[in-house]
Design a protein around this ligand. Structure first.
Ligand code: CU
Length: 310
């Protein structure tokens, strides 16, 4: 409903006034979701919002950090805390927690689902082209990258999940997410798989997605092979490919703001609260690709690369 209201707002002032009004009367999570999706898709307001891990930090870090943030607010002394990954180091899966719990990865995942909402209807503004292919592509990238991280941490690649259900992605997320309280008997909050912001924190996300990825792969394998004409770009030659510099990865602490993690009243002053978390980064390197064009005219070419790990 709120997305509908915002996307049909005729001008910026109307958009902002509607957002300000509904902010007061709606569920906070629904409000943030509708606002972000509308801002991403509205021609009035493309991509101008702050990053989600600073807007809803409780979805990106854990209880210990949120509790520390509250203590800071209550004692009115600025605080900066280290975020540790969920779970215990005794569990080998913990070795790749830096990937599944990475705030950038989770922001990427939730933002992708906002770019391509599963409920999208072309009547809202424009046709979202190649939705299935895009879904496959982005989740395939997540799945194979997770396997690459596992291999470099002496873990086996992910086993595909055996599935239980016909209606896949959304239902499977909910079924897996509610394992601890399937009938709602204990009124437990939803599991991490039920939020796009938190889903990749659970390794079963990757097992489920490998299962779906393999279905897409089976479908692709059933298609007729490409023809030579489809695969060649006559007149365009790749003469040399080189990498300048080395691929060197390292961990570095990344700090972000937790001011929105705690409740706020006008009577109590804000204090500086932040957290830092180790994140995987890499040193800069360049691809150097020599391409020549024998066509005798300007053409548009796109370069895509795929890295094979040895
Ligand atoms: Cu997803």
């Amino acid at each position: 409903m709120l997305f509908d209201v915002l996307i049909h707002s005729k001008g910026w002032d109307t958009f902002v006034s509607n957002a300000a009004y509904f902010r007061q009367i709606m569920n906070e999570g629904e409000f943030v979701y509708a606002l972000y999706v509308a801002v991403i898709h509205s021609p009035l307001a493309e991509h101008v919002l702050p990053t989600l891990y600073e807007v809803t930090p409780h979805l990106f870090t854990n209880n210990e950090v949120i509790e520390a943030a509250y203590r800071t607010k209550q004692t009115q002394k600025p605080g900066k805390f280290k975020s540790s990954f969920t779970g215990t180091k005794k569990n080998p899966e913990q070795r790749v927690a830096y990937f599944g719990e990475d705030i950038g990865l989770n922001t990427h995942h939730v933002t992708w689902h906002m770019e391509f909402p599963f409920w999208w209807d072309d009547k809202y503004s424009h046709h979202r082209d190649r939705k299935g292919e895009n879904f496959f592509w982005v989740h395939h990238q997540l799945t194979v990258r997770f396997d690459a991280e596992r291999l470099s941490n002496y873990l086996d690649p992910v086993d595909e999940q055996n599935s239980f259900v016909q209606s896949l992605h959304n239902t499977a997320h909910i079924v897996l997410g509610r394992q601890s309280d399937p009938h709602g008997k204990y009124d437990l909050p939803p599991g991490v798989l039920e939020h796009f912001e938190t889903a990749t924190r659970d390794p079963s996300f990757f097992r489920l997605h490998k299962y779906m990825d393999n279905i897409f792969k089976e479908h692709k394998d059933s298609l007729p092979p490409y023809t030579t004409e489809e695969l060649t770009f006559t007149g365009i030659n790749v003469d040399n490919v080189a990498i300048e510099g080395e691929l060197e990865t390292y961990f570095e602490d990344f700090e972000y703001n937790l001011i929105n993690a705690v409740d706020d009243t006008e009577q109590i002053e804000d204090v500086e609260i932040s957290t830092y978390v180790p994140r995987l980064n890499h040193k800069d390197f360049d691809f150097k690709i020599d391409v020549s064009n024998d066509k005798g005219e300007e053409v548009l070419a796109t370069v895509r690369y795929r890295v094979h790990l040895r």
